[in-house]
Ligand binder design. Structure first.
Ligand SMILES: NC(=O)c1ccc[n+]([C@@H]2O[C@H](COP(=O)([O-])OP(=O)(O)OC[C@H]3O[C@@H](n4cnc5c(N)ncnc54)[C@H](OP(=O)(O)O)[C@@H]3O)[C@@H](O)[C@H]2O)c1
Length: 483
């Protein structure tokens, strides 16, 4: 496919773009259409009803316009957006959105006769869930970018899609533009995943990266990130690890054939990290990254999954240490494949739209040869998915970075080391700063421990926090080896 061909197609699309205004969609009103390179229509179009037209929705429309020829060459049919549902049709969305196909009745669009594929890009659990359920019940294929909906209700939705014989695709829901769902579902169909480690929340990575490079504290960077549009006005879901847990639940299901709910995932937000921790981590040869980890493990003699979302120290030379800014990455270790890193934009209008439209192409290909469910959406056949046990967070063993703000008194260090030792936590390296000779009597003790059980570390720290010469709650961060 040449660029010139795409430009010809774009011209055809522009010529077809409707000029009528009005917020309701009349059946048969002009769609955004991708005509063939020759202008002829070899195949009936794949007709899309789009629920939502914000950042991702407008990106989808742009991509369908700009890549029309390429897409049709790959799919074998044009894609037409025949209806778009929004909350407020009077909102300006640029000239990419034809007013004639906009409606406020999302439910009616989701089940409309002339829609083949419902694309849900409105977000949130409700009413998006109701519309997706209605679309599936009406026999529509669904493509969604909604990780919250999938992580919370994915099992039920995917099962009803399988029962109804329709496709439900969700590449954009995890790591935006990185095609990791396809890799887990198809590329690794013959392998076992030994470990999956990712940076799957761009906001958290952006904030920690700036803290690392500029020595700024969490609150300062978060405010700047909000002003620059890298963080939401309400950033809680991102910085608390909630969003990453949603994505990890989806990834773990595909990687391990396990039914995983986000509530089973131990999570800790990045707000526990201070600029000072970045500095000390570097002295030990580490950087701090917002990680999501899924690994097979054992617990009480049985198979279990180790699932965690938290900031962690990774070696400066490790692959994930180099993933900076708002980038996402997924690092998969296959039993046969070995290590494999994918990185790229985890959000943004066009990268996310690219994943959504690639899903529409896939669904369209299935439609053209009547091959729905050829590839199981959750990578494993429904009957082989198991409710695998998740190992409790307290059982996790790793090296720990510990920081204590204490009075600079004789005996403090030996008392802290004694408490740690009592819980089987032994010190590998230590740095002390401040105190003697400084302007006050306070000192900072920073330690790297040998491998220790999380439950033991937590108990030791709560005992140390009660000591009179401990001025602030001790900080503890995990070290993730092999990242
Ligand atoms: N933004 C990204 O980079 C990104 C990346 C990966 C995944 N996602 C996911 O993609 C989805 C969409 O994200 P977005 O950033 O495009 O959101 P957005 O900019 O807020 O757009 C949401 C759209 O949905 C419409 N909408 C919301 N509630 C509606 C309702 N009840 N009825 C009809 N329309 C409704 C809104 O209408 P109005 O325009 O009239 O308000 C708007 O057009 C979310 O699930 C998000 O998690 C986004």
């Amino acid at each position: 496919m040449t660029r010139a061909n795409d430009e010809l197609s774009n011209a055809a699309v522009a010529a077809e773009a409707p000029v009528a205004s009005g917020e309701s969609l009349a059946e048969g009103s002009a769609p955004i259409a991708a005509t063939t390179r020759t202008g002829a229509r070899a195949q009936a179009p794949v007709r899309v009803g789009m629920l939502g037209c914000g950042v991702v929705g407008t990106g989808i429309l742009r991509l369908l316009r700009d890549n029309a020829g390429t897409i049709e060459g790959r799919l074998g049919a044009p894609i037409e957006v025949v209806g778009i549902a929004v909350r407020d049709p009077s909102r300006l969305r640029g000239d990419i959105v034809p007013a004639g196909i906009v409606t406020t009745d999302a439910l009616a669009l989701a089940i409309r006769e002339d829609v083949d594929v419902v694309v849900e890009v409105m977000g949130g659990l409700e009413p998006a869930g109701t519309y997706v359920r209605a679309a599936i019940a009406a026999g529509k294929h669904v493509v969604t970018a909604n990780k919250a909906l999938l992580a919370e209700e994915g099992d039920a939705l995917l099962e009803s899609a399988e029962a109804r014989g329709v496709d439900l695709y969700f590449e954009a829901a995890v790591a935006g533009g990185i095609p990791v769902i396809r890799v887990l579902r198809e590329g690794l169909a013959s392998d076992r995943v030994i470990a999956l480690r990712g940076i799957v929340n761009g906001t958290s990575n952006y904030v920690l990266s700036r803290m690392q490079h500029e020595g700024l504290d969490f609150e300062v960077v978060l405010r700047a990130a909000q002003e620059a549009g890298y963080a939401e006005a309400d950033p809680f879901l991102d910085v608390s690890g909630g969003d990453a847990a949603h994505k990890l639940a989806i990834l773990a299901t595909l990687a391990y054939g396990a039914r995983v709910h986000p509530s089973q995932i131990a999570k800790e937000g990045i707000d526990v990290v201070g600029a000072v921790d970045m500095r000390y981590a570097r002295r030990f040869g580490f950087v701090i990254k917002p990680l999501a980890v899924a690994r097979p493990s054992t617990w009480a003699g049985e198979e279990a999954l180790d699932l965690r979302v938290h900031p962690a120290l990774v070696k400066e030379s490790s692959v994930l240490a180099s993933i900076g800014g708002a980038l996402n990455a997924v690092f998969i270790e296959g039993a046969m494949l070995g290590p494999c890193l994918m990185s790229g934009p985890g959000a943004g209008a066009l990268p996310t739209a690219m994943s959504v439209v690639s899903d529409i192409v896939d669904v369209g290909r299935n439609m053209l040869v009547d091959a729905h469910a050829r590839v199981p959406t959750r990578a494993f056949r429904g009957e082989s998915l198991v409710p695998m046990r998740v190992r409790p967070a307290a059982e996790h063993r790793c090296r720990w970075y510990l920081r204590f703000g204490v009075s600079d008194q004789a005996g403090v260090l030996s008392r802290i080391a004694g408490v740690l030792g009592g819980f089987d936590v032994s010190i590998e390296q230590m740095v002390q700063e401040g105190g003697r000779g400084g302007s006050d009597d306070r000192a900072t003790l920073v330690m790297l421990t040998h491998e220790a059980r999380e439950g033991d570390v937590r108990e030791a720290l709560s005992e140390i926090a009660r000591l009179a010469y401990c001025h602030e709650p001790p900080r503890a961060l995990r070290v993730e080896e092999d990242a």
